[in-house]
Design a protein around this ligand. Structure first.
Ligand SMILES: [Zn+2]
Ligand SMILES: [Zn+2]
Ligand SMILES: [Zn+2]
Length: 551
């Protein structure tokens, strides 16, 4: 019997690769076959009765078949395209105009490092980052949202575009990562003026040249891992470890081969192919998340948690995520099979509903092959999210914090907000400890960040009642719910700053806050003052970052 825990028939997706996970009982299959709507089959492991698989959805109606020796389940899912004018992310593979190797990336396997290999790898893996973000948001909000790619507007479009830069190859290999970033930001902005776009630029020309340096980044030419403004730039030195097709994903995540000393080993000192893959795709996710206004954090993806990204893709032997689910199910009468009628989206065509009903009835009458839709159960979800101590640790630090998820959930790039709902937030000083905040929409989040590393050290939800932390209080003005009084505790803030000084984040990432805050505060580049910024977000994705002088 197969139980699917996170997806149910009729679910609608806007991204193209989805995660399906669940349990397999009373089977002796070690594998599960998943066949997508175009008949492409991939095989996934079953470990400790658990499975986890990724499958591509095509625009429209999809019939996904899961098969083991004993069971077969068909799941009808939908993928809708986004409106053509949606805010979206374009992906560029940057090739120098004078590159004699036409955009080959560094790899010992010279048969699989061509431009077409690069385009496929980048395409697949950025789609997988969409899936990760969608599942993280789903865990907290029970709604799926993620950023939009070009292929989500029109699947036929080239999702990864070749960007022929005027940069000369020899020059590119001499430039610092800051210089590469600023050059490309300028070049990309000159060629593209669409304000509804953000860009991910992947550098074809990154080359690791083994040397005497302790720091691998010093021995890597044409490398960059930075994000600011509308652009994230990332080098390809570990692209040789990335999967090119979905059927390579599982093996890439468990590839324990040691990285040859002639190649870049960006694996957080773990030295294997799979860890290189995890760290490098993870740091691309980290950088891209900065474009969605996330600052640094003391844990999770916005700290060094991105090193663990591969744990999202495969099942760990130590995982007890689903044991917990089993316990709840056996101890609690409240979990029932949930019919598709309750959860069916109204937009689905009537004929599809009838079709799903027939399918569902079929599941009910196939005895052992019965499928149970348990995902909506509130009991299961509350155990997973509220009782931290019981939570499975199999994903280690690979997560977004609650505050990160709140920013993403309301972010303009993950929603189709109407421009007439566009709000504003104003911030006025009353005295050195008190400020008045006025906004057109509801405030949903505040964060306190430092200017030096863009590090978030306090956050909370202004919501409907007044809020107090060690550092600030935000009180709603009784006469007007869209007005708040913001008060700071100067002593506590000064003490905290003293403690924060010297806290480490990802190498190279410090530059980011410099660029970012430079836009907000023109003298930031020259000023070495340690400052606090208050970051505010409203329910329609409007955000404000305001310097609070405390010295
Ligand atoms: Zn687990
Ligand atoms: Zn960063
Ligand atoms: Zn960074």
């Amino acid at each position: 019997m197969l139980e699917i825990l996170n997806v149910k028939p009729g679910d609608i997706f806007y991204n193209s690769i989805i995660l399906i996970y669940g349990l397999s009982f009373g089977e002796n299959s070690k594998n599960l076959e998943c066949i997508d709507s175009h008949g492409k089959a991939n095989t996934w492991s079953i470990l400790n009765n658990q499975f986890k698989l990724f499958v591509k959805l095509y625009p429209g109606r999809n019939e996904i078949k899961l098969k083991t020796f004993q069971s077969e389940v068909i799941l009808i899912l939908f993928r809708h395209l986004k409106p053509l004018n949606s805010k979206h992310v374009r992906i560029f593979y940057v090739v120098c105009n004078d590159d004699p190797n036409c955009g080959e990336f560094q790899s010992l396997d010279s048969s699989r490092n061509k431009i077409q290999n690069a385009l496929k790898r980048i395409d697949l893996n950025i789609r997988l980052l969409q899936t990760f973000m969608s599942e993280e948001i789903f865990k907290k909000y029970k709604t799926r949202k993620t950023f939009t790619l070009k292929c989500d507007l029109n699947e036929c479009d080239e999702n990864v575009e070749i960007f022929r830069s005027n940069l000369k190859l020899m020059k590119a290999l001499e430039m610092s990562s800051d210089e590469i970033f600023l050059y490309l930001l300028d070049e990309i902005k000159k060629r593209n003026s669409n304000r509804e776009c953000k860009y991910i630029a992947i550098l074809s020309f990154t080359r690791y040249i083994p040397g005497q340096n302790e720091d691998i980044f010093k021995d890597t030419k044409g490398y960059c891992a930075l994000a600011s403004d509308c652009l994230a730039v990332y080098g390809t030195a570990c692209l040789f470890t990335w999967p090119e097709e979905l059927d390579e994903l599982e093996s890439c995540c468990s590839d324990m081969r040691k990285v040859d000393s002639s190649q870049m080993n960006d694996s957080a000192f773990r030295n294997t192919y799979s860890d290189c893959y995890s760290t490098t795709l993870g740091s691309l996710l980290h950088e891209f998340s900065h474009l969605l206004d996330l600052g640094h954090d003391s844990e999770g993806i916005m700290h060094r948690g991105f090193d663990d990204l591969k744990l999202f893709f495969n099942i760990e032997t130590t995982c007890n995520c689903y044991d917990e689910f089993e316990n709840v199910k056996s101890n609690n009468e409240d979990i029932q099979k949930i019919s598709i009628f309750k959860t069916q989206n109204e937009n689905t065509h009537k004929s599809e509903i009838e079709f799903l009903v027939r399918k569902f009835c079929l599941f009910k009458t196939t005895g052992n092959n019965e499928l149970i839709y348990s995902q909506k159960s509130s009991c299961f979800q509350s155990i997973r999210t509220d009782h931290k101590s019981k939570e499975c640790n199999c994903m280690k630090n690979c997560f977004y914090t609650k505050s990160n998820l709140n920013i993403l959930f309301y972010h303009k790039w993950l929603n189709d907000f109407c421009s007439k709902d566009e709000g504003s937030i104003s911030f006025n000083c009353i005295n050195e400890c008190q400020y008045e905040i006025k906004c057109t929409n509801d405030l949903v989040l505040y964060e306190l960040r430092t200017n030096q590393r863009n590090l978030t050290f306090d956050s909370g939800y202004p919501g409907t009642t007044s809020l107090t932390s060690n550092f600030i209080s935000i009180k709603q003005n009784n006469s007007n719910k869209k007005e708040y009084i913001f008060e700071i505790n100067l002593n506590n803030l000064k003490q905290k700053l003293f403690l924060l000084f010297g806290n480490e984040t990802r190498n190279g990432c410090n530059n980011l806050s410099k660029y970012k805050l430079n836009q907000l505060n023109n003298d930031c580049r020259t000023s070495q003052n340690f400052n606090i910024y208050l970051f505010l977000l409203d329910s329609k994705g409007c955000c404000l970052s305001k310097k609070i002088p405390i010295m």
